[in-house]
Design a protein around this ligand. Structure first.
Ligand code: FAD
Ligand code: ZN
Length: 478
C-alpha cells in the first residue's frame, strides 16, 4: 500500500493561497495541518496525504472560481466529498489542493409527484434518504457508510451497496448533473428527464469518473415508491454452491421484491461478533455460510412475510437451508442487518487485510472463491480469506485477513502478488477488478494491466479532452 506520500510536488506561493482563500473566505481555506487532518487521513489509515491547501467552497460559483484559477495557474486539485472512499481516490498525496464539497448541502427542489429531487453534492447519503422519506418516497441507495459519505462522492464512484440487486447502482438513480469542468466552466445538465437521446451521454461519463473529469456540484436524483413492508431473515447454508440455488429460488418467488441477498462465511460472522458492540449470535449452532435475505412489498398486507416464509420452507425441504431466523420486529431486522453492516469495521482489529472488490458472473462465484482460496493458501499459508458480499450482483468482496500472529507489514507486502493472481483469476471468468469501490490509487496499476489497449486509449483521450492540463485528481485511476 502507498501509505507514505512521495515528495511534495506542489507547494503554493502565499499570493496564490490568498487568491484561492478570497474565493471561499479565509476560514474555509485551511493550511493548518491540524485543521487539514480530517481531509488527509482516510478512515482505515491506509493513505495519509498532504495538501498545500484545503478549500471548502459553499456554492457552484465558488467551485467554478476555484477551478478557473487552478486551470489558469496549472494547479492540481483533488475533489473530495465524505472521505469514505476505499481506494484512496479522494486523498491528495503530493500537495494538491483539496476541494471539499462538504459545505454544499442544499436540497434545491423536491418533486414528490414527478419523483425527483435536486440536491447539492455535499448532502450526505443519509440526508438524501431522509429527504426522500419526508416526501413519502424512497431513495434506494444504501451503504454502510451512508452517515458519512456524500452524494457527490457516491456519484464520483458510482457507488453500489446492498440495494443494487433490486434498484441498481448510483448511476441508475440519476437523471441529471451539474458539473464544474476543469477550466471552471459549468455544465448545467440538471435535466429531470427519463428519456433524452440528444447526443453523447455526458452524464454517464462523469458518474464513476472519480474526480478525474470534473467536479460534480449537484444532481437530479430519482425517487421511488416506498416499500410498505419488509421481511428479513438470516439463513444458514452448508456451502456457497447452495447459495446459488437459494438465490434462484428467492428471485423466482419474489422477483423484484427481493431487495437484498448478502452472503458471508462463518469467519466473517466471528469477526463481527467479536468486535462490534451489541451484536448477538443469530443461531444456537454455528454454520459454514450465512445469507441475509430481505423481501420488500408495495402493500402492507403481509405478502413479503408470506413469500419469505414460503421460500424458507421450500429451501429447507430441499436441504438448501439448514437453519433460519426470521425477524419478528423492526428491531430484530435491525439486529440482523447490524451483522452485515458491521463487517467493514470488524476486519480492522484483526490486523492486515488485503481487499478485493471483484465481480464475476454469479454462477462462477463458488468456483472463483475456491480457486482464489487456493491461491491465497499457496502464497501465504494460514491467511484467512473472507469472501463476502452482494451475491445477486456477482460482487465478491474477496478480503483476506492476515494469519494470526503474523507481522502485519510482512503480510501487507504480499498485496501486489496476491492481488495480481486473484485479478487474473477474475479476468479468466470475464469479471471486473472493481465492482463498486473504483480504481483510485489502490488499483491504478492493475487497471493498466487488465484493460485492453483500445479501452485504455479511449479513456486517456476522454481524460485529455476534458482535462487537457491534467489538473483533476492526477495519479488516480489512469
Ligand atoms: P470520497 O471518499 O470523498 O471520494 C471518492 C471519490 O469520488 C474520489 O475519487 C473523489 O475524488 C471523487 N469525488 C468526491 N466528490 C466528488 C465530486 N463532487 N465530483 C466528482 N468526484 C468526486 N462503497 C460501495 O460502493 N458499496 C459499499 O457497500 C460500501 N461500503 C462501505 C462501507 C464502509 C464502512 C466504508 C467506510 C466505505 C464503504 N464504501 C462502499 C466506499 C465509499 O463509502 C463509497 O465509495 C462512497 O461512494 C464514497 O463517497 P464519499 O462521499 O466518501 O467520497
Ligand atoms: Zn459492497
Amino acid at each position: 500500500m502507498n501509505d507514505t506520500p512521495g515528495p511534495l510536488l506542489q507547494s503554493l506561493p502565499p499570493d496564490l493561497i490568498r487568491r484561492f482563500a478570497a474565493i471561499v473566505g479565509p476560514e474555509h481555506a485551511l493550511t493548518d495541518p491540524d485543521q487539514q487532518l480530517p481531509y488527509l487521513r482516510e478512515w482505515r489509515d491506509t493513505y495519509f496525504g498532504q495538501s498545500a491547501l484545503v478549500l471548502r467552497p459553499a456554492s457552484t460559483a465558488e467551485v467554478s472560481a476555484i477551478l478557473t484559477l487552478a486551470h489558469a495557474e496549472g494547479i492540481a486539485v483533488v475533489p473530495q466529498a465524505g472521505n469514505t472512499g476505499l481506494v484512496g481516490g479522494q486523498i491528495a498525496m503530493r500537495g494538491e489542493v483539496v476541494v471539499s464539497v462538504a459545505r454544499m448541502t442544499k436540497v434545491r427542489t423536491v418533486d414528490a409527484v414527478g419523483g425527483t429531487m435536486t440536491v447539492e453534492a455535499g448532502l450526505t447519503l443519509a440526508e438524501c434518504q431522509q429527504t426522500a422519506d419526508r416526501a413519502g418516497k424512497l431513495f434506494p441507495l444504501t451503504l454502510p457508510s451512508e452517515g458519512s459519505c456524500r452524494i457527490g462522492g457516491n456519484l464520483g464512484t458510482n457507488a453500489g451497496g446492498v440495494g443494487v440487486l433490486a434498484y441498481g447502482n448510483t448511476r441508475q438513480q440519476v437523471l441529471g448533473l451539474e458539473v464544474v469542468l476543469a477550466d471552471g466552466r459549468v455544465w448545467d445538465g440538471l435535466r429531470a428527464l427519463k428519456k433524452d437521446n440528444t447526443g453523447y451521454d455526458l452524464r454517464d461519463l462523469f458518474i464513476g469518473s472519480e474526480g478525474t473529469l470534473g467536479i460534480i456540484t449537484a444532481a437530479v436524483l430519482r425517487l421511488l415508491p416506498k416499500p410498505a413492508e419488509k421481511a428479513t431473515a438470516m439463513v444458514a447454508i452448508r456451502s456457497i454452491e447452495d447459495a446459488l440455488a437459494l438465490f434462484n429460488m428467492a428471485q423466482q418467488a419474489a422477483d423484484r421484491g427481493l431487495t437484498a441477498f448478502e452472503f458471508m462465511p462463518r469467519l466473517v460472522l466471528d469477526f463481527v461478533l467479536r468486535h462490534i458492540a451489541g451484536t448477538r449470535e443469530p443461531f444456537a449452532a454455528t454454520y459454514a455460510w450465512y445469507v441475509l435475505i430481505e423481501i420488500s412489498g408495495a402493500q402492507a398486507d403481509g405478502t413479503a412475510n408470506r413469500q419469505l416464509e414460503s421460500i424458507l420452507t421450500d429451501a429447507t425441504d430441499r436441504g438448501l437451508v439448514i437453519d433460519a431466523v426470521m425477524a419478528q420486529s423492526i428491531a430484530q431486522a435491525r439486529d440482523l442487518w447490524r451483522l452485515r453492516e458491521g463487517i467493514s469495521e470488524a476486519q480492522k482489529p484483526e490486523g492486515g487485510n488485503i481487499k478485493h472488490d471483484v465481480s464475476v458472473p454469479i454462477a462462477s462465484i463458488p468456483v472463483f472463491i475456491s480457486r482464489a482460496n487456493a491461491i491465497v493458501e499457496r502464497i501465504c499459508p494460514g491467511a484467512r480469506p473472507l469472501p463476502l458480499g452482494h451475491f445477486g450482483d456477482g460482487n465478491v468482496h474477496y478480503n483476506i485477513a492476515q494469519p494470526t500472529g503474523m507481522d502485519k507489514a510482512a503480510f501487507t507486502k504480499l498485496t501486489p502478488q496476491i492481488m495480481r493472481e486473484v485479478h487474473d483469476l477474475v479476468m479468466s471468468y470475464g469479471g471486473s477488478i472493481s465492482a463498486e469501490h473504483g480504481i483510485g490509487q489502490t488499483r491504478r496499476a492493475e487497471l493498466a494491466r487488465v484493460k485492453s489497449d483500445v479501452e485504455l486509449d479511449l479513456m486517456r483521450r476522454i481524460k485529455s479532452a476534458l482535462d487537457p492540463k491534467g489538473i483533476l485528481n492526477p495519479g488516480k485511476m489512469l
